[in-house]
Design a protein around this ligand. Structure first.
Ligand SMILES: Nc1ncnc2c1ncn2[C@@H]1O[C@H](COP(=O)(O)OP(=O)(O)OP(=O)(O)O)[C@@H](O)[C@H]1O
Ligand code: SF4
Ligand SMILES: [Mg+2]
Length: 328
Protein backbone atom coordinates (compact mmCIF):
# COMPACT_ATOMS: atom_id res chain seq x y z
CA UNK A 1 0.00 0.00 0.00
CA UNK A 2 1.37 3.40 -0.92
CA UNK A 3 1.05 6.30 1.49
CA UNK A 4 -1.70 7.95 -0.57
CA UNK A 5 -3.82 4.90 -1.20
CA UNK A 6 -7.27 5.15 0.45
CA UNK A 7 -8.16 2.37 2.89
CA UNK A 8 -11.07 1.39 0.67
CA UNK A 9 -11.69 2.10 -2.97
CA UNK A 10 -14.96 0.94 -4.54
CA UNK A 11 -15.13 1.38 -8.30
CA UNK A 12 -18.23 0.93 -10.45
CA UNK A 13 -19.58 -1.78 -8.15
CA UNK A 14 -22.55 -3.74 -9.44
CA UNK A 15 -24.26 -6.24 -7.17
CA UNK A 16 -27.23 -7.93 -8.74
CA UNK A 17 -29.78 -10.49 -7.54
CA UNK A 18 -30.76 -12.95 -10.24
CA UNK A 19 -34.27 -13.82 -9.08
CA UNK A 20 -36.98 -15.82 -10.85
CA UNK A 21 -38.86 -12.59 -11.53
CA UNK A 22 -35.86 -10.88 -13.06
CA UNK A 23 -32.56 -9.19 -12.27
CA UNK A 24 -32.60 -6.81 -9.29
CA UNK A 25 -29.81 -4.28 -9.66
CA UNK A 26 -29.47 -3.61 -5.93
CA UNK A 27 -26.15 -1.79 -6.36
CA UNK A 28 -25.40 -0.33 -9.75
CA UNK A 29 -22.27 1.56 -10.72
CA UNK A 30 -21.36 2.63 -7.19
CA UNK A 31 -17.95 4.26 -6.64
CA UNK A 32 -16.45 5.86 -3.54
CA UNK A 33 -13.31 5.86 -1.43
CA UNK A 34 -12.71 6.04 2.31
CA UNK A 35 -9.42 7.23 3.75
CA UNK A 36 -7.70 6.23 6.95
CA UNK A 37 -9.54 7.70 9.95
CA UNK A 38 -12.27 9.11 7.73
CA UNK A 39 -16.02 8.74 8.30
CA UNK A 40 -18.15 8.28 5.20
CA UNK A 41 -21.93 8.43 5.54
CA UNK A 42 -23.98 6.26 3.19
CA UNK A 43 -27.51 7.62 3.14
CA UNK A 44 -30.69 6.63 1.38
CA UNK A 45 -34.21 5.41 1.95
CA UNK A 46 -35.17 1.80 2.51
CA UNK A 47 -34.19 -0.49 -0.35
CA UNK A 48 -31.69 1.93 -1.89
CA UNK A 49 -28.82 -0.60 -1.70
CA UNK A 50 -26.91 0.55 1.39
CA UNK A 51 -26.70 -2.80 3.17
CA UNK A 52 -25.99 -4.68 -0.05
CA UNK A 53 -23.07 -2.29 -0.63
CA UNK A 54 -21.74 -3.17 2.87
CA UNK A 55 -22.24 -6.90 2.33
CA UNK A 56 -20.45 -6.67 -1.02
CA UNK A 57 -17.35 -5.18 0.63
CA UNK A 58 -17.38 -8.01 3.16
CA UNK A 59 -17.88 -10.68 0.51
CA UNK A 60 -21.17 -11.67 2.15
CA UNK A 61 -23.55 -11.53 -0.79
CA UNK A 62 -25.33 -14.85 -1.07
CA UNK A 63 -26.99 -16.39 -4.14
CA UNK A 64 -29.09 -15.45 -6.01
CA UNK A 65 -26.99 -12.31 -5.54
CA UNK A 66 -23.46 -11.76 -6.71
CA UNK A 67 -21.01 -9.04 -7.57
CA UNK A 68 -21.62 -8.66 -11.27
CA UNK A 69 -19.03 -5.99 -12.00
CA UNK A 70 -16.62 -3.39 -10.71
CA UNK A 71 -13.73 -3.51 -8.29
CA UNK A 72 -13.26 -3.28 -4.54
CA UNK A 73 -9.74 -2.48 -3.37
CA UNK A 74 -8.79 -2.65 0.30
CA UNK A 75 -5.41 -1.14 1.24
CA UNK A 76 -4.32 -1.52 -2.35
CA UNK A 77 -5.39 -5.16 -2.72
CA UNK A 78 -8.28 -6.32 -4.84
CA UNK A 79 -10.99 -7.97 -2.74
CA UNK A 80 -13.17 -9.02 -5.64
CA UNK A 81 -10.50 -11.41 -6.92
CA UNK A 82 -9.63 -12.74 -3.46
CA UNK A 83 -10.27 -16.42 -2.71
CA UNK A 84 -13.15 -16.84 -0.22
CA UNK A 85 -10.80 -18.13 2.49
CA UNK A 86 -8.63 -15.02 2.44
CA UNK A 87 -11.65 -12.74 2.31
CA UNK A 88 -12.99 -14.55 5.40
CA UNK A 89 -9.69 -13.97 7.20
CA UNK A 90 -10.03 -10.25 6.63
CA UNK A 91 -13.52 -10.22 8.11
CA UNK A 92 -13.47 -9.77 11.83
CA UNK A 93 -9.81 -8.79 11.84
CA UNK A 94 -9.04 -6.06 9.27
CA UNK A 95 -12.63 -5.29 8.20
CA UNK A 96 -15.61 -5.55 10.52
CA UNK A 97 -19.27 -4.87 10.23
CA UNK A 98 -21.84 -3.80 12.77
CA UNK A 99 -25.01 -5.26 11.33
CA UNK A 100 -28.32 -3.43 11.14
CA UNK A 101 -29.61 -6.03 13.56
CA UNK A 102 -27.06 -6.22 16.42
CA UNK A 103 -28.27 -9.76 17.08
CA UNK A 104 -26.57 -10.77 13.84
CA UNK A 105 -23.27 -9.97 15.58
CA UNK A 106 -24.27 -11.04 19.08
CA UNK A 107 -25.05 -14.60 20.07
CA UNK A 108 -28.08 -14.48 22.41
CA UNK A 109 -27.06 -17.53 24.44
CA UNK A 110 -23.49 -16.49 25.22
CA UNK A 111 -22.28 -13.98 27.76
CA UNK A 112 -20.69 -10.82 26.33
CA UNK A 113 -17.25 -11.72 27.75
CA UNK A 114 -17.29 -15.13 26.05
CA UNK A 115 -18.13 -13.51 22.72
CA UNK A 116 -15.58 -10.74 23.00
CA UNK A 117 -12.75 -13.02 24.14
CA UNK A 118 -13.58 -15.34 21.25
CA UNK A 119 -13.44 -12.39 18.82
CA UNK A 120 -9.92 -11.56 19.99
CA UNK A 121 -8.45 -15.05 20.32
CA UNK A 122 -9.78 -16.10 16.91
CA UNK A 123 -7.34 -13.66 15.33
CA UNK A 124 -4.55 -13.25 17.85
CA UNK A 125 -2.51 -15.57 19.96
CA UNK A 126 -3.00 -14.01 23.41
CA UNK A 127 -4.11 -15.38 26.78
CA UNK A 128 -7.79 -15.33 27.79
CA UNK A 129 -6.88 -12.99 30.63
CA UNK A 130 -5.31 -10.47 28.26
CA UNK A 131 -8.26 -10.85 25.90
CA UNK A 132 -10.64 -10.22 28.81
CA UNK A 133 -8.81 -7.03 29.76
CA UNK A 134 -9.01 -5.87 26.19
CA UNK A 135 -12.73 -6.68 26.10
CA UNK A 136 -13.33 -4.68 29.27
CA UNK A 137 -11.41 -1.69 27.91
CA UNK A 138 -13.30 -1.89 24.61
CA UNK A 139 -16.66 -1.80 26.41
CA UNK A 140 -15.53 1.18 28.47
CA UNK A 141 -14.42 2.98 25.30
CA UNK A 142 -17.89 2.86 23.78
CA UNK A 143 -19.46 4.36 26.89
CA UNK A 144 -20.73 1.25 28.70
CA UNK A 145 -20.69 1.98 32.44
CA UNK A 146 -19.20 -0.63 34.85
CA UNK A 147 -17.67 -2.67 32.02
CA UNK A 148 -16.30 -5.33 34.39
CA UNK A 149 -19.82 -6.09 35.56
CA UNK A 150 -21.43 -5.78 32.14
CA UNK A 151 -19.02 -8.32 30.63
CA UNK A 152 -20.91 -11.00 32.52
CA UNK A 153 -24.27 -10.03 31.04
CA UNK A 154 -26.15 -11.62 28.14
CA UNK A 155 -27.16 -9.55 25.09
CA UNK A 156 -30.85 -9.37 26.09
CA UNK A 157 -29.85 -7.66 29.33
CA UNK A 158 -28.80 -4.56 27.39
CA UNK A 159 -31.07 -1.87 25.98
CA UNK A 160 -31.18 -1.45 22.18
CA UNK A 161 -28.70 1.43 22.21
CA UNK A 162 -26.33 -0.36 24.59
CA UNK A 163 -26.55 -3.52 22.50
CA UNK A 164 -25.48 -1.54 19.48
CA UNK A 165 -22.55 -0.13 21.46
CA UNK A 166 -21.54 -3.66 22.44
CA UNK A 167 -21.70 -4.76 18.79
CA UNK A 168 -19.58 -1.75 17.89
CA UNK A 169 -17.00 -2.51 20.56
CA UNK A 170 -16.71 -6.07 19.22
CA UNK A 171 -16.18 -4.64 15.74
CA UNK A 172 -13.45 -2.39 17.11
CA UNK A 173 -11.70 -4.90 19.33
CA UNK A 174 -9.10 -6.05 16.80
CA UNK A 175 -8.37 -2.47 15.72
CA UNK A 176 -9.52 -3.09 12.15
CA UNK A 177 -8.64 -0.79 9.24
CA UNK A 178 -12.29 -0.50 8.21
CA UNK A 179 -15.61 -0.71 10.02
CA UNK A 180 -18.95 -0.74 8.23
CA UNK A 181 -21.72 0.19 10.66
CA UNK A 182 -25.26 -0.41 9.45
CA UNK A 183 -27.58 1.61 11.63
CA UNK A 184 -30.84 -0.02 12.70
CA UNK A 185 -33.72 1.50 10.75
CA UNK A 186 -36.16 1.19 13.61
CA UNK A 187 -36.37 1.31 17.37
CA UNK A 188 -33.43 3.57 18.11
CA UNK A 189 -33.86 7.25 18.61
CA UNK A 190 -31.83 9.39 16.19
CA UNK A 191 -30.27 11.28 19.10
CA UNK A 192 -28.91 8.00 20.49
CA UNK A 193 -27.67 7.09 17.01
CA UNK A 194 -25.85 10.39 16.75
CA UNK A 195 -24.28 9.86 20.19
CA UNK A 196 -23.04 6.40 19.24
CA UNK A 197 -21.69 7.75 15.96
CA UNK A 198 -19.99 10.60 17.81
CA UNK A 199 -18.13 8.11 20.02
CA UNK A 200 -17.39 5.82 17.09
CA UNK A 201 -15.99 8.75 15.12
CA UNK A 202 -13.62 9.72 17.96
CA UNK A 203 -12.37 6.15 18.38
CA UNK A 204 -11.84 5.69 14.64
CA UNK A 205 -9.97 9.00 14.34
CA UNK A 206 -7.64 7.87 17.15
CA UNK A 207 -6.93 4.46 15.66
CA UNK A 208 -6.91 5.56 12.00
CA UNK A 209 -9.82 3.20 11.31
CA UNK A 210 -11.90 4.15 8.27
CA UNK A 211 -15.62 4.11 9.06
CA UNK A 212 -18.64 3.77 6.80
CA UNK A 213 -21.82 4.75 8.62
CA UNK A 214 -24.98 3.55 6.91
CA UNK A 215 -28.15 5.44 7.78
CA UNK A 216 -31.49 6.39 6.30
CA UNK A 217 -31.37 9.72 8.12
CA UNK A 218 -29.11 12.53 6.91
CA UNK A 219 -29.52 14.43 10.16
CA UNK A 220 -27.76 11.62 12.09
CA UNK A 221 -24.50 12.16 10.24
CA UNK A 222 -24.69 15.98 10.07
CA UNK A 223 -21.49 17.33 11.58
CA UNK A 224 -20.18 13.83 12.29
CA UNK A 225 -19.22 12.30 8.96
CA UNK A 226 -16.57 13.84 6.74
CA UNK A 227 -18.23 12.97 3.46
CA UNK A 228 -21.53 11.55 2.37
CA UNK A 229 -22.80 9.47 -0.53
CA UNK A 230 -26.54 9.70 -1.11
CA UNK A 231 -28.00 6.55 -2.69
CA UNK A 232 -31.23 6.22 -4.62
CA UNK A 233 -32.44 2.99 -6.25
CA UNK A 234 -29.03 1.33 -6.13
CA UNK A 235 -27.03 4.30 -7.36
CA UNK A 236 -25.12 7.16 -5.86
CA UNK A 237 -26.98 10.30 -6.88
CA UNK A 238 -24.89 12.80 -4.94
CA UNK A 239 -21.58 12.76 -3.09
CA UNK A 240 -19.45 15.32 -1.34
CA UNK A 241 -18.36 16.85 1.95
CA UNK A 242 -21.19 16.54 4.48
CA UNK A 243 -21.40 20.26 5.20
CA UNK A 244 -21.37 21.23 1.55
CA UNK A 245 -24.06 18.70 0.69
CA UNK A 246 -26.24 19.82 3.60
CA UNK A 247 -25.75 23.50 2.81
CA UNK A 248 -26.12 23.31 -0.95
CA UNK A 249 -27.66 20.02 -2.04
CA UNK A 250 -27.47 19.69 -5.82
CA UNK A 251 -29.59 16.61 -6.47
CA UNK A 252 -33.38 17.02 -6.27
CA UNK A 253 -33.60 13.89 -4.08
CA UNK A 254 -31.08 15.22 -1.55
CA UNK A 255 -32.77 18.59 -1.73
CA UNK A 256 -36.10 16.99 -0.96
CA UNK A 257 -34.62 15.02 1.94
CA UNK A 258 -33.29 18.06 3.73
CA UNK A 259 -35.20 20.92 2.15
CA UNK A 260 -37.78 21.31 4.87
CA UNK A 261 -35.71 20.34 7.89
CA UNK A 262 -36.09 23.54 9.95
CA UNK A 263 -32.45 23.81 10.82
CA UNK A 264 -30.46 21.73 8.40
CA UNK A 265 -27.87 20.73 10.89
CA UNK A 266 -30.26 20.10 13.71
CA UNK A 267 -30.10 16.52 14.79
CA UNK A 268 -33.34 14.78 15.54
CA UNK A 269 -35.40 17.06 13.30
CA UNK A 270 -37.93 15.06 11.29
CA UNK A 271 -36.97 14.29 7.72
CA UNK A 272 -38.96 15.72 4.89
CA UNK A 273 -41.28 13.27 3.20
CA UNK A 274 -40.84 13.08 -0.51
CA UNK A 275 -44.05 12.39 -2.36
CA UNK A 276 -44.26 9.07 -4.18
CA UNK A 277 -42.56 5.76 -3.64
CA UNK A 278 -39.21 4.27 -4.48
CA UNK A 279 -39.69 2.50 -7.80
CA UNK A 280 -39.37 -1.26 -7.78
CA UNK A 281 -35.85 -2.22 -8.77
CA UNK A 282 -37.36 -4.98 -10.89
CA UNK A 283 -39.19 -2.53 -13.12
CA UNK A 284 -37.12 0.60 -13.10
CA UNK A 285 -38.58 3.11 -15.52
CA UNK A 286 -36.28 4.13 -18.35
CA UNK A 287 -34.16 7.21 -17.71
CA UNK A 288 -33.57 8.73 -14.29
CA UNK A 289 -34.92 6.49 -11.51
CA UNK A 290 -36.10 9.56 -9.55
CA UNK A 291 -38.02 10.96 -12.51
CA UNK A 292 -41.55 10.15 -11.30
CA UNK A 293 -40.98 11.97 -8.01
CA UNK A 294 -38.84 14.81 -9.25
CA UNK A 295 -40.11 18.40 -9.45
CA UNK A 296 -37.40 19.27 -12.00
CA UNK A 297 -37.91 16.38 -14.41
CA UNK A 298 -37.87 17.20 -18.12
CA UNK A 299 -37.78 15.23 -21.36
CA UNK A 300 -34.01 15.01 -21.01
CA UNK A 301 -34.55 12.84 -17.91
CA UNK A 302 -35.97 10.03 -20.07
CA UNK A 303 -32.30 9.26 -20.68
CA UNK A 304 -30.25 7.96 -17.82
CA UNK A 305 -27.99 10.62 -16.27
CA UNK A 306 -24.32 9.86 -15.69
CA UNK A 307 -22.62 10.92 -12.50
CA UNK A 308 -20.64 14.15 -12.98
CA UNK A 309 -17.66 15.17 -10.94
CA UNK A 310 -17.86 18.79 -9.80
CA UNK A 311 -15.34 20.93 -7.99
CA UNK A 312 -14.39 20.31 -4.31
CA UNK A 313 -14.72 16.55 -4.64
CA UNK A 314 -18.47 16.74 -5.19
CA UNK A 315 -20.44 14.69 -7.67
CA UNK A 316 -24.05 14.62 -8.84
CA UNK A 317 -26.11 12.39 -11.12
CA UNK A 318 -28.71 14.76 -12.57
CA UNK A 319 -29.46 16.75 -15.72
CA UNK A 320 -30.90 19.71 -13.82
CA UNK A 321 -29.11 19.95 -10.47
CA UNK A 322 -29.86 22.79 -8.10
CA UNK A 323 -27.10 25.35 -8.27
CA UNK A 324 -25.48 26.90 -5.22
CA UNK A 325 -27.30 30.22 -5.60
CA UNK A 326 -30.66 28.49 -5.75
CA UNK A 327 -30.23 26.75 -2.42
CA UNK A 328 -28.11 29.20 -0.44
N1 LIG B 1 -31.46 -11.78 -1.01
C1 LIG B 1 -32.04 -10.91 -1.82
N2 LIG B 1 -32.76 -11.32 -2.87
C2 LIG B 1 -33.37 -10.45 -3.72
N3 LIG B 1 -33.29 -9.11 -3.58
C3 LIG B 1 -32.57 -8.63 -2.55
C4 LIG B 1 -31.91 -9.50 -1.61
N4 LIG B 1 -31.28 -8.74 -0.69
C5 LIG B 1 -31.54 -7.45 -1.04
N5 LIG B 1 -32.31 -7.40 -2.14
C6 LIG B 1 -32.81 -6.18 -2.81
O1 LIG B 1 -31.77 -5.24 -2.92
C7 LIG B 1 -32.27 -3.93 -2.71
C8 LIG B 1 -31.37 -3.18 -1.77
O2 LIG B 1 -31.48 -3.74 -0.47
P1 LIG B 1 -30.67 -3.20 0.77
O3 LIG B 1 -30.89 -4.18 1.85
O4 LIG B 1 -29.26 -2.92 0.39
O5 LIG B 1 -31.40 -1.83 1.09
P2 LIG B 1 -31.07 -0.79 2.24
O6 LIG B 1 -30.72 0.50 1.56
O7 LIG B 1 -30.07 -1.35 3.17
O8 LIG B 1 -32.49 -0.61 2.95
P3 LIG B 1 -32.87 -0.47 4.52
O9 LIG B 1 -32.69 0.99 4.83
O10 LIG B 1 -34.30 -0.89 4.56
O11 LIG B 1 -31.97 -1.35 5.31
C9 LIG B 1 -33.69 -4.06 -2.24
O12 LIG B 1 -34.55 -3.69 -3.29
C10 LIG B 1 -33.86 -5.51 -1.93
O13 LIG B 1 -35.14 -5.94 -2.27
S1 SF4 C 1 -32.09 13.77 -13.89
FE1 SF4 C 1 -34.05 14.78 -14.14
S2 SF4 C 1 -35.54 13.46 -13.09
FE2 SF4 C 1 -33.50 12.86 -12.44
S3 SF4 C 1 -33.17 13.98 -10.56
FE3 SF4 C 1 -32.29 15.19 -12.20
S4 SF4 C 1 -33.92 16.59 -12.87
FE4 SF4 C 1 -34.86 14.97 -11.62
MG1 LIG D 1 -30.16 -1.99 5.12
Amino acid sequence: MTGNEPTLCVENLQTYFYTKSGVIKAVDDVSFTVDKGEVLGLVGESGSGKSVTGFSILGLVDPPGRIAGGRIRFKGHSLTTLPEKEWRNLRGSRISMVFQDPMMTLNPVLRIDTQMIEAVTAHENISRQEARTRARDALGQVGIPSPDERLKAYPHQFSGGMRQRVAFSIALINKPDLIIADEPTTALDVTIQAQILHEAQKLCRDTGTALIWITHDLTVIAGLSDRVCVMYAGRIVEAGGINQVLDTPHHPYTYGLIGSVPSRNKRGAPLAQIAGMTPSLLNLPPGCAFRQRCPRASRACLTEPEIHELKDGRAVRCFHPYEEEATA
